[in-house]
Design a protein around this ligand. Structure first.
Ligand SMILES: O=C(O)C(=O)C[C@]1(C(=O)O)C=C[C@@H](O)C=C1
Length: 379
């Protein structure tokens, strides 16, 4: 047989498959209506397990695994279709819909913003990219930034969430959960660390180097060229520059160029981070959910049941709805025996019906679920 003959045969089989698939989905629609009338949930795990065993037994032995995979996807699509027909709403979908309707069209330009650190911190650069005229107030810790918004001292906060070299800032995720805050916008910043000293200090004079822990880890290889020099983490890269400016000429800081000007320092070496292009994503957070026009990114946190297949079930829900993920990260949960928490970022306009459907269904698949917000990212 020629390839074209095989393909003609496959086309013929597919016509039947598509027809049968449509019939199966239509039948599922009937089941959805029945379940709604009788108050039954769409998911019936017992029925699915029995069916999987049944179809696997019907399949030729070498086709069993493939048949089971095919049916797992068929159940997923069937449940997804049923969910759409039933218009599954949840308190979360209502909250999102209300925020879309009530948030003003324009992102504010002139507001009070809380940042961690002191003037010159990378957060300040992020603020300048996010707002036309921010009124920035600085706080000593991430927690204090949250407290300032909680107390109404500032409307927003701008904080680092992840870095392309050092990864996610788990402390921020934890505080987002603790305070039940939302992300309203994000910004991506290219971060260059520079070795800054007091004017006149030579490289051989340096006995200590200050910076934030994240910056130190982004320059880990570079710092190996300073054996015997004390590496000292501090609250912030700008605080590091301030310490150097106040010191006796034996210290250096890994900080931004704007800190150099701000604290009257000199740059001994520029762009010393281990990865040439080093980006940090900052988030703009608020106490209430606000969804501005154009929001096309959503951040979620979830703890999934500690059993085989739970992550797969969540991922196939994204897949069945055609929703793309641009972040998936796991992290062990403190004080839980190797149980994991997942960070998801998905890329889809908030107005897409599939998105609202996912928000209606996802919480019930997770042991714990946090919706961190829907927003757009400034690049
Ligand atoms: O039989 C049902 O209750 C259905 O809803 C249909 C179906 C299926 O597609 O086979 C879908 C979802 C349920 O979890 C079980 C089975």
């Amino acid at each position: 047989m020629e390839l074209s003959d095989y393909r003609a045969r496959i086309d013929q089989i597919d016509r039947q498959l598509v027809e049968l698939f449509a019939q199966r989905m239509n039948t599922a629609a009937g089941i959805a209506a029945y379940k709604k009338e009788h108050g039954l949930p769409v998911l019936d795990p017992v029925r699915e397990r029995e069916k999987l065993l049944d179809v696997a037994a019907q399949a030729p032995e070498d086709m069993r695994d493939y048949t089971a995979s095919l049916y797992t996807m068929l159940f997923e699509l069937s449940r997804c279709y049923q969910g759409r027909l039933l218009g599954s709403t949840s308190p979360l979908t209502t909250e999102i819909q209300t925020a879309i309707d009530q948030t003003p069209n324009l992102f504010p330009s002139n507001v009070s913003v809380a940042c961690q650190g002191v003037a010159g911190a990378y957060s300040q650069l992020a603020c300048d990219k996010l707002f036309k005229l921010p009124h920035i107030m600085y706080f000593a810790s991430f927690e204090a930034v949250f407290a300032a918004i909680e107390r109404g001292l500032c409307r927003y906060g701008v904080l680092p969430l992840e870095n392309s070299t050092a990864g996610s800032v788990n402390a921020i995720y934890d505080l987002m959960m603790k305070h039940d805050f939302r992300i309203v916008r994000s910004v991506r910043l290219k971060v260059d660390h520079n070795l800054l000293v007091k004017p006149g200090t030579k490289r051989s004079d340096i006995t200590e180097i200050y910076s934030h822990q994240q910056a130190l880890s982004q320059c880990e290889q570079y710092l190996q060229a300073f054996p015997g020099v004390k590496i000292i983490p501090c609250e912030n890269t700008a605080v590091a520059a301030q310490k150097v400016a106040e010191g006796d000429g034996h210290a250096a800081a890994l900080s931004s160029r704007s800190c150099m000007k701000l604290y009257g320092l000199e740059c001994l070496e520029a762009g010393v981070q281990d990865q040439g292009s080093n980006f940090t994503r900052f988030i703009c957070i608020s106490k209430n959910l606000e969804i501005y026009p154009g929001a096309d990114r959503t951040s979620l946190m979830a703890v999934l049941p500690h059993e085989p297949g739970s992550l797969c079930r969540v991922l196939s829900r994204f897949y069945a709805l055609g929703l793309n993920l641009n972040k998936l990260e796991s992290r062990p949960m403190p004080e839980r025996n190797f149980e994991f928490m997942f960070y998801f970022d998905l890329e889809t306009p908030v107005y897409a019906p599939e998105f609202l459907q996912l928000m209606g269904e996802l919480p019930s698949l997770c042991e714990e679920f946090s919706y961190l917000g829907s927003y757009s990212e400034v690049v």
